[in-house]
Design a protein around this ligand. Sequence first.
Ligand code: NDP
Length: 339
Amino acid sequence: AKALVTGATGFLAVWVVRRLLEAGYSVRGAVRSESKGAHLKKIFAEYGDKLELAIVEDMSKDGAFDEAVQGVELVEHTASPFHFAAKDPDELIIPAVRGTTSVLESVKKYGSSVKRVVITSSVVAVLGPYTGSVVFDESNWNNNSVSEVTEKGAAAGGFTIYQASKTQAEKAAWAFIDQNKGSISFDLVTIIPPWILGPPIHELNSLDELNTSQSAVLDTISGKKATKAELEREGNWVDVRTVAAAHVAAAQKAEAGGQRIITSTGTFIWQDVLDVANSISPAPFKTIPKGNSGAGKTFPYTVLYDTSKEARILGVTHVPFEQMVVDSVADFKARGYSQ
Ligand code: NDP
C-alpha cells in the first residue's frame, strides 16, 4: 500500500516515514520544497522508488493536497506549525485548521483509494482546566484554550495559541467526518501524544535548529533549564519512535477507525532527564547539572492520562524513559555537543 505523509521533513514525520517503509509501505512525503526533501531521499536511499516526494509549499492554500492524495490508500497528516512564539493567533490557527480540512477535502475529491486518514493531534487538545489530581481521557477537550484565544487574541500568549490551534484542528477533522458521513469512503483516527522526545533523524544543520520538544531535553542537559520550578515542572511524555509506531498501528488496526487515541508513556519531570544523564558511564559530557537528584521519585503528579485505549487497540511497544535519554545524549554528542 502507498501512504501520504504530510510535513514529511518534521521531527515526528521522518520517523513515521521510516516505520512505514520498514513495514513495507511505499511512501509519498509531502515537503515544502525539493531541497527540503533531499535529506529524505538521502537517508532512505536504500528504499529507492518506494519513497517519492510531493511538493506542498503551504497547506493553508485551497487544494494544496489535491495532487498529493491521488493513488494512496493511507494518509498520515502530521504537519502543523509547532512552536510557542506566535505573535498572532492566525499564524498557527490558519495553517493548523486549514491544513487539516484541506487534506480531508482533497481526499474526498481526489483520494478515492484512501481508506484511512490518521491525524497527529496533541494532549493540548484534551487537557482542560483542572483542580487537584486528574486523569484525562479521550472524552476530554481543551475548549478553554479556544475561548481564551477568542476573547484575548494575541494576548492569550503563544502557548495557549498553540493549544487552540491543535484543539480547533482536531475538532474540524471530526466535524468534517460527521458532515460527510455517507459521501466518503475513508475513516479517521487521531493520535494524541504528550511531549514527544527522543533522537531526531530529520535534517538538522546544528543543534540550534532542534525542534521545539527535543530542544527542551537539550536545555535541561545544558543547564538552560536551571531553576527548581523549571526542573520540577511535571509533564507527560512519549518517545518519537513510539509515536511513529502508533501511527503505523493506527493505519493497520481496524478497531482504530473513528477513534481518538491518547498515546503516552507516562509522567516525568525534567529532573529525571538529569538523573538518567548523570548515571551514564563513562560521563558523556564535562558538566551535566545535578539539580535535585531523585526529586521525580516522589513527585506529586496532578495531570495523568488514561492510556487503556491505546494499549487495547494499538498495543505498541513503548521506548522506556532511560532509553530515550541515553539515545538523546548520544545524538547530542554525535552532533558535536561537548560542554
Ligand atoms: P516539526 O516542527 O518538526 O514538524 C512540523 C511539520 O509541519 C514540518 O515538516 C513543517 O514544515 C510542517 N508545516 C508547518 N506548517 C506548514 C504549512 N503551513 N504548510 C506545510 N507544512 C507545514 O514538529 P513535530 O514533528 O514535533 O510535530 C509534528 C506533529 O506532532 C504536529 O502536528 C504537532 O502539533 C504534533 N505534536 C508534537 C508534539 C511534540 O512534542 N513534538 C507533541 C504533541 C503533538 P517546515 O518545517 O518546512 O515548516
